[in-house]
Design a protein around this ligand. Structure first.
Ligand SMILES: Cc1cc2nc3c(=O)[nH]c(=O)nc-3n(C[C@H](O)[C@H](O)[C@H](O)COP(=O)(O)OP(=O)(O)OC[C@H]3O[C@@H](n4cnc5c(N)ncnc54)[C@H](O)[C@@H]3O)c2cc1C
Length: 417
């Protein structure tokens, strides 16, 4: 089997990437280890930032979210029982949307089902030849072995998936912090205690009053890592929430039996680089943040926005483009430095530049991704512009000012801005 982009993992990152690629006319195959029911039942994120909302709409997956989601124009902070509100609308004219990850996943799965995606229950997914221009993925489904050839692989398989692990250890770096506490979460079919979220700091520890709808509430309390779930019957959790959230929230709180209860350990984790050869990591596969900021899902979506060509947002592309430009420029200048001085050196630089462009063009070929096309364009602008040779050297030397003055405007030019 052959596809343009093999996507590993059918969580929010993988599903949305596949849908955005589809909208852009690029085909993909999503390989998901679990069943659809299992994936859609995972209780996780619930707060979508404005950018995420916009991308879901762009992907054609926003209709039910607009109907059933709860827009929040602000958030409440509480300290030892006293509350104050941060008014997003008044301050920045933006809002967030409360809409469960479970619902978002269902909406995207419905869209993907129209083209028989994802491939659920794909076992033993393995990545091969990721550093070449002919990567492929193998997996087993219903007892049969399959091989999926592709141009690119998107590793959207979360923290535990095989994608990140297939990058050689010496080609990446891990930054990690494990916190000495976890979040005990409870989900219950009761109305929320406030129409917006409450983040509370208290001497007993942090607490959060969140929601999934006007009839389903999500609450968290910070607990030591060695705490046992069985020591926390529902009544004890409600009592502790009332103390930590303060009298106003406690008065509005409706208690009810939990429909889900768990302790999530908190950790921050970042792996870089997020690209190795033809493999790109996105979402939890590359980074985990504690749920404190309600960021994980939104960061996963932000990664996908960079990978999907439909999202050619100049600002979003500046960083990866710069990275590529600097790497190419380094190569070009290093080659030129080996030559003699003066006119000879100028001529050698021109030859090296041409060679760099030619090799780059051959490398990306017909399958150039938009970032690479822009990279080529920018590099072309830089090297062909008569006065830009010094700039190439400055860029190669990591000169921040040159980056700002020369490369960024060229990125803008490449985008017709
Ligand atoms: C309790 C909790 C609360 C959270 N609250 C929030 C919040 O309020 N706001 C927020 O923005 N984020 C929140 N997050 C984080 C958010 O859920 C994640 O950041 C988000 O799910 C990341 O999406 P993803 O697609 O990158 O990864 P995942 O959702 O982990 O998806 C990865 C997919 O890959 C599949 N997979 C794994 N291994 C394989 C394999 N070998 N083969 C094939 N498929 C594989 C998995 O089954 C899964 O479907 C929360 C997380 C938790 C745990």
């Amino acid at each position: 089997m052959k596809t343009q982009v093999a996507i590993i993992g059918g969580g929010p990152a993988g599903l949305l990437l596949s849908q955005l690629l589809h909208v852009a006319g690029i085909d993909s195959v999503v390989l998901e280890r679990h069943t659809r029911d299992y994936v859609e039942a995972r209780i996780r994120a619930g707060v979508l930032e404005q950018v995420t909302v916009g991308l879901l709409e762009q992907a054609g997956a926003g209709a039910r979210m607009r109907r059933e989601g709860l827009p929040h124009g602000g958030v409440n902070l509480a300290s030892d029982g006293e509350q104050f509100r941060i008014d997003f609308q008044a301050l920045v004219g933006k809002s967030v949307m409360v809409y469960g990850q479970t619902e978002l996943t269902k909406d995207l799965n419905d869209l993907l089902a129209e083209r028989d995606q994802p491939v659920f229950e794909a076992e033993d997914v393995a990545l091969h030849d990721i550093a070449t221009d002919k990567p492929f993925v193998t997996y087993r489904k219903d007892g049969q072995e399959h091989r999926l050839d592709c141009d690119f692989i998107a590793g959207c398989d979360g923290y535990h998936g095989p994608s990140r692990k297939s990058i050689p250890a010496d080609a990446g770096q891990v930054f990690e912090r494990v916190y000495p506490f976890g979040w005990l979460g409870i989900l219950a079919d009761v109305p929320p205690c406030d129409h917006e979220l409450i983040y509370s700091s208290h001497a007993h520890g942090f607490a959060l009053a969140s929601m999934r709808s006007m009839v389903r509430s999500r609450y968290y309390i910070q607990v030591p890592l060695d705490e046992k779930l069985e020591d926390w019957p529902d009544d004890r959790i409600w009592d502790e929430l009332a103390v930590r959230l303060g009298p106003k929230a406690a008065a509005g709180m409706t208690r009810g039996p939990s429909i889900e209860k768990s302790i999530a350990p908190l950790r921050s984790f970042v792996f870089e680089p997020m690209r190795h050869g033809r493999l790109f990591l996105a979402g939890d596969a590359a980074h985990i943040v504690p749920p404190t900021g309600a960021k994980g899902l939104n960061l996963a979506v932000a990664d996908v926005a960079l990978l999907a060509p439909a999202q050619l947002v100049p600002e979003a592309l500046v960083a990866p483009v710069l990275h590529l430009v600097v790497q190419r420029a380094l190569h070009v200048v290093a080659a030129a430095r080996q030559a003699a001085h003066g006119a000879q050196r100028e001529a050698a630089l021109a030859v090296a530049v041409d060679d760099g462009v030619r090799r780059h063009r051959r490398h990306v070929g017909q399958h150039a991704q938009p970032a690479e096309r822009i990279d080529l364009l920018v590099l072309g602008h830089v090297v062909l512009h008569a006065g830009a040779r010094d700039a190439v050297e400055a860029v190669a030397a990591g000169d921040e000012v040159a980056l700002q003055l020369v490369v960024l405007p060229l990125v803008a030019v490449a985008h017709g801005r």
